[in-house]
Design a binder for this molecule. Structure first.
Ligand SMILES: C[S@@+](CC[C@H](N)C(=O)[O-])C[C@H]1O[C@@H](n2cnc3c(N)ncnc32)[C@H](O)[C@@H]1O
Length: 260
């Protein structure tokens, strides 16, 4: 029977390996709703540029969010995937350390940095048990990742731990009260791959998300991204003012800035 992912899946011992397997087989950004974005060879500069231009066309709010960070500061990116935002963070002047759960993501992301002679430290790592000391980074950045980990609450405690006092977390989590949630429920289309259920796709209300960041001094949450290029003509022809209005009411992305 067709169904979508549970809002709050239970944490089980098998979950970790299921998550690892899913993200090793579904390298993020390569597909939109099952269709390949690029036919260029994986890891070639052409591949990165094609994925990058689709990503920032569709996610209009993303580059301004990255550019809101102070250049010259250290940033830990959690769940970098193939490193598209990692590349933008470094272009913006951040000192980057990035981790991802899967070998394949780290191989692809770091290969671009090596080929272009750009500095960045990449490691395999787990968001729920980070390999870094307390108070290590000025920023922690994580886009579209912490709702996919086995235990989101634990991951956010880790974000807090590795941030310096006065440091800032910039985290995107999926919004339960969104148009996208409604459409996926009505059409019974899974969220990450239309033919397969992703093991963990948690969705949070704004209130639930802010509770997760309870250790922080101050939290600011804005909704954005009511829909992206996957919605075809609707995305292309919605006037920008209307798109922004709808996004602030029923956006799929909770854009969280939390201050330690
Ligand atoms: C939807 S992708 C997002 C990737 C990237 N941030 C982006 O926006 O393109 C989710 C990523 O989270 C990674 N991931 C899942 N669980 C993780 C964990 N426990 N620790 C670190 N990374 C994890 C996956 O391997 C995958 O690369």
């Amino acid at each position: 029977m067709k169904r979508i992912e549970e809002v709050s899946p239970k944490v089980t011992p098998e979950l970790y390996s299921k998550i690892y397997e899913f993200w090793s087989n579904n390298v993020n950004s390569e597909k939109i709703y099952g269709s390949l974005v690029t036919n260029s060879e994986r890891g070639s500069e052409q591949y990165f540029q094609e994925l990058e231009s689709q990503r920032y066309r569709s996610h209009r709010h993303l580059l301004p969010w990255i550019h809101s960070m102070k250049p010259g500061k250290t940033v830990l990116e959690i769940g970098c995937g193939i490193g598209l935002d990692s590349y933008q963070l470094v272009k913006h002047g951040m000192k980057l350390t990035a981790i991802d759960l899967t070998n394949i993501a780290i191989e692809i992301a770091s290969s671009r940095f090596k080929a272009s002679n750009i500095e960045g430290n990449f490691f395999i790592g787990d968001a729920t048990s980070l390999q870094f000391d307390d108070n290590s980074f000025d920023y922690v950045y994580s886009f579209g990742v912490l709702h996919h980990v086995q235990d989101t609450e634990k991951a956010i405690i880790e974000v807090y731990r590795v941030l310096k006092q006065g440091g800032i977390a910039k985290v995107m989590l999926y919004n339960l009260h969104s148009l996208n949630e409604l459409i996926h429920r009505l059409t019974l289309t899974p969220f990450e791959d239309k033919n397969e259920l992703c093991p963990v796709v948690r969705r949070f209300s704004k209130k639930e998300a802010s509770r997760l960041f309870y250790k922080f001094n101050r939290i600011d949450i804005k909704k954005d991204f009511v829909y992206g290029e996957g919605y075809g003509r609707l995305f292309k022809y919605t006037p920008l003012w209307l798109y922004k209005k709808l996004s602030s009411i029923a956006g799929w992305h909770l854009m969280i800035t939390a201050y330690k």
